[in-house]
Write a protein that binds this ligand. Structure first.
Ligand code: C2E
Ligand code: MG
Ligand code: MG
Length: 390
């Protein structure tokens, strides 16, 4: 079986493959001409002659059926050979809809060009049902974003030395017309499928930024310190280095000073995007800061602290929930916080549900906390009103 892309030379007259042959590769002509022919009731018929830049033998790569025509070199030829495994990897990476479209097209073509009765289309009802569900999900999400059904809830983040509110995390919620209030899990997968994660994040961060900017004007008028906003930005934002350029007009429009924005990212984002360091440097040049979410749940959290311009870490709730009962967890958190302090990185503990957890974290030097103990995520106006009243 041919697995990689490689070149093949063949002299004029060479039969590259014959009708009925097993097929495991396609050819791209680099030099020379090739004649494609097939047997018909009237005899052997030349279907086409191909030259440099053209591809042939591709149908069998998709459906694995035997060759339906022969290919013979008219000149001394050079081909790039494309292996079946390679194509199958790419088809596997395509969306389910693209994969089904491709297979259906090949099947239709075979039915149209073959003289034998073709087998049924090798696509099951389950597979199409999954695709229909996915297409519906994408349509629904687009509609929801257009109709303003995707909103930002705000959860307070408090200073652990006294529990005074310091800022918020914006968390996506779907106010669904029939299914009620839905969590981010209902939004994130369809958004990823539909390439709408960036739109979703900006919808959430944008509405949250407007609310926090308005709150900060009121806090300023009352002589109080401004609140910060932590917002989640998913991996696709970092496919290039332009996030800062897209954030600037959003913050400007919302009226929020960039220094009050914390861009929350996860370790995965840093792993998958070679541009992440540069993109984050630009976010920081804008004045915003960078927060590493779900810290401790990934592979090598510590190395990221030295390689990327991280200002804050969010200690994952799996640590918070275990630290009172489990001495080892407590020691891990303590050393992470000590290290963060040496690196001038502030720590926020997530998922604080009990006063004992809050006390222990404060004792270890964790500066900020977030969790149901201090407040669940609530609609932005309610969260801002509670902040003002605190
Ligand atoms: P996250 O960024 O780590 O957010 C914290 C999650 O913990 C939130 O879940 C929050 O409601 C939940 N939480 C807060 N306090 C407590 C607590 O005391 N106990 C427990 N058990 N949980 C607590 P939520 O809102 O369901 O969000 C889940 C995840 O979805 C977020 O995790 C974040 O990764 C993602 N997400 C939310 N909104 C957005 C968004 O606008 N854009 C992107 N890209 N991701 C988002
Ligand atoms: Mg987060
Ligand atoms: Mg988190």
């Amino acid at each position: 079986m041919v697995d990689a892309l490689y070149r093949r030379r063949a002299a004029a007259g060479t039969l590259l493959f014959d009708e009925g042959d097993e097929a495991d590769c396609a050819y791209i002509v680099e030099r020379g001409r090739v004649e494609i022919a097939a047997s018909r009731a009237t005899g052997n018929v030349v279907l086409t002659r191909l030259g440099p830049g053209e591809i042939f033998g591709e149908m069998a790569l998709v459906d694995g059926a035997p060759r339906s025509a022969s290919a013979r070199c008219l000149d001394d030829c050079v081909f790039v050979v494309v292996g079946r495994d390679q194509i199958h990897r790419e088809i596997a990476g395509a969306t389910p809809l693209m994969s089904i479209l491709l297979r259906t097209l090949i099947h239709r073509l075979r039915v149209a060009t073959s003289r034998v009765v073709s087998p049924a289309l090798p696509i099951g009802i389950d597979e199409t049902a999954r695709i229909v569900a996915r297409i519906e999900g994408e349509h629904e999400l687009r509609r929801a974003l257009e109709n303003g059904e995707v909103v930002a809830f705000l959860q307070p983040i408090v200073a652990l030395d006294g529990a005074a509110p310091a800022g918020f995390e914006a968390l996506a919620r779907w106010v669904h017309p029939t299914r009620g209030l839905l969590p981010p899990t209902a939004l994130l997968a369809p958004a990823a499928d539909a390439d709408l994660l960036e739109t979703l994040d900006f919808a959430v961060a944008g509405t949250a930024a407007r609310a926090v900017a308005a709150l900060n004007r009121e806090l300023g008028a009352a002589g109080r310190a401004p609140a910060f906003l932590s917002a989640n930005f998913s991996a696709p934002h970092f496919a290039d280095t332009q996030l800062a350029g897209r954030l600037a007009p959003m913050l400007e429009e919302a009226g929020l000073d960039p220094i009050h924005l914390k861009v929350e990212i996860t370790e995965t984002t840093l792993i998958v995007n070679p541009h992440a360091a540069e993109a984050l440097a630009r976010v920081k040049a804008l004045g915003a800061s960078v927060s590493l979410d779900d810290f401790g749940t990934g592979y090598s959290g510590l190395s990221y602290l030295s390689r990327f311009p991280i200002d804050h870490i969010k200690i994952d709730q799996s640590f918070t929930s275990r630290l009172v009962e489990d001495k080892r967890t407590a020691e891990i958190v303590r050393s992470v916080v000590d290290l963060a302090r040496l690196l001038d990185i502030s720590a926020v503990a997530e998922g604080i549900e009990t006063p004992e957890q809050a006390r222990r974290l404060a004792e270890m030097g964790v500066g900020f906390g977030q969790g149901y103990l201090f407040g669940a995520p609530v609609p932005a106006d309610a969260a801002c009103a509670a902040f003002l009243a605190a």
